[in-house]
Design a protein around this ligand. Structure first.
Ligand code: HAM
Length: 408
């Protein structure tokens, strides 16, 4: 028996309906903030992803050569593709540009619960705005979108200048290593690394900075930095709107393009893969041949949100109807089922050549209501509606049956 590739999933109708419900809520909510959806190709030139992150990232990607000898990659994320689209197509648009996306991404990772090789991201990119308001808005959108799904989460916010200031005398490579340890939440390894590279003097301030939970505590370790006013203003806006967050200077972000504010959201009860959203301020457009453009955005790990929600998803009730019929009434039954569908009612009809009572039995397994079309109904032009939960039954004109089902 053939099976699906490692790290991928098949989704059956119950799960797909739940996903579509949450997706619809996210799209509608992002739209209220003025973010409009874009779509980019599933695969891109490999260079789009290596130009900022270097060749190292190739190990984590699905990379292939096409028949024309081009090096291509399945997208591991959408920020670089969306910024490429902005450089190619959007330069003359009025700024700020507010785009959203929902699409699948591919990463060659070791699969486990909540970590897949094909996964979906819902994200936004705010392109061309560089202000505390812009940073704060994107975090407020993140908060609003996660709330609309119903997931319980904590938002943690940092700023890359915190660590950059503390580590400014280290060679760039060493700074990167410390950030990589912090991204894996391995603060002890970061301290050990500093000690081993002869910078024991930084180990204690690093620990102090990591445990700082207020801006005053942060600036007590690193001093007043040029970005301080902007950072205070951003947090002030969030506070004024009652947005819940924690300051966490250890947030380093795995991707290399961030330049300013960075934030991550974590859900309860997901184990190791509990990061359900990540984002921040970054600059990419100039690397793709455009002007240097400040941007800020985030992506939500849609599959992780779905795992965190589990069974607790409210779904709108849509009654399932089966039309069952006697052999002589078949054509009338088909016409009735088409009329029901015309009114948006979900309706099935026997396709297995079953007799009347076998149709009723099988409808009992799937339907909330049954509509009986027998000889009497054909003669009278009426339809008999049976509620499969309560068992009650009434014969009515079809238009009344339709209004009962659509107002149910
Ligand atoms: P990221 O943190 O790499 O950021 O991914 C965003 C989210 O995607 C993560 O927080 C996580 O929930 C989900 N995710 C990542 N890898 C997997 C996986 N293997 N399986 C399931 N879910 C996963 C970005 O991708 C940036 N482009 C975010 C961004 C947008 N920054 C600025 N704009």
């Amino acid at each position: 028996m053939l099976s699906r590739p490692r790290g991928t999933r098949d989704m059956l109708p119950d799960e797909m309906e739940q996903r579509r419900e949450i997706e619809a809520r996210l799209r509608a909510k992002a739209r209220t903030w003025g973010y409009r959806e874009v779509s980019t190709p599933t695969f891109e030139e490999l260079e789009l992803f290596t130009i900022r992150s270097g060749e190292g990232i190739i190990d984590e990607m699905y990379v292939f050569e096409d028949k024309g000898g081009r090096s291509l990659a399945l997208r591991p994320e959408l920020t670089a593709p969306v910024l490429r689209t902005f450089v190619n197509e959007g330069r003359s648009l009025t700024k700020p540009i507010k785009w959203s996306y929902y699409a699948d991404c591919y990463r060659y990772e070791r699969p486990q619960k909540g970590r897949y090789r094909q996964f979906w991201q819902f994200g936004i990119e705010l392109i061309g705005a560089d202000s505390a308001m812009a940073d704060a808005e994107v975090m407020m959108v993140a908060d609003d979108l996660l709330r609309t799904t119903g997931v319980t989460f904590v938002m943690k916010i940092g700023h890359l200048s915190f660590m950059r200031t503390l580590l400014k005398d280290l060679p760039a490579e060493d700074q990167k290593k410390v950030r990589a340890f912090l991204d894996k939440r391995d603060t002890d390894a970061a301290s050990v690394f500093l000690t081993e590279s002869g910078r024991n003097d930084l180990a204690a301030p690093l620990q102090q900075l990591i445990s700082a939970r207020t801006l005053d505590e942060v600036f007590a370790v690193i001093g007043e930095i040029p970005e301080a006013d902007r950072i205070r203003e951003t947090f002030g806006i969030l506070d004024s709107q009652g947005i819940q967050y924690e300051i966490n200077p250890a947030i380093a972000r795995g991707l290399d393009y961030y330049t300013g504010i960075v934030f991550e959201c974590f859900a309860e009860g997901l184990g190791a893969e509990n990061q359900i959203l990540g984002g921040g301020a970054y600059r990419l457009a100039h690397l793709f041949g455009g002007e240097d453009t400040p941007s800020v955005g985030f992506a939500m790990g849609f599959d992780r949100v779905m795992v965190a929600l589990g069974e607790h998803i409210w779904m709108p009730f849509q009654p399932q109807v089966s039309v069952i019929f006697t052999p002589e009434a078949r054509e009338r039954a088909i016409a009735v089922s088409r009329e029901l569908r015309g009114s948006g009612i979900i309706c099935s009809i026997d396709l297995m050549g079953r007799g009347f009572s076998a149709q009723m039995k099988s409808a009992g397994k799937i339907a909330d209501f049954v509509i009986i079309i027998g000889d009497d109904e054909v003669k009278s032009g009426m339809a008999t509606l049976k509620n499969m939960k309560g068992g009650e039954q009434q014969t009515l004109p079809l238009s009344d049956v339709i209004s009962l089902l659509t107002t149910h």
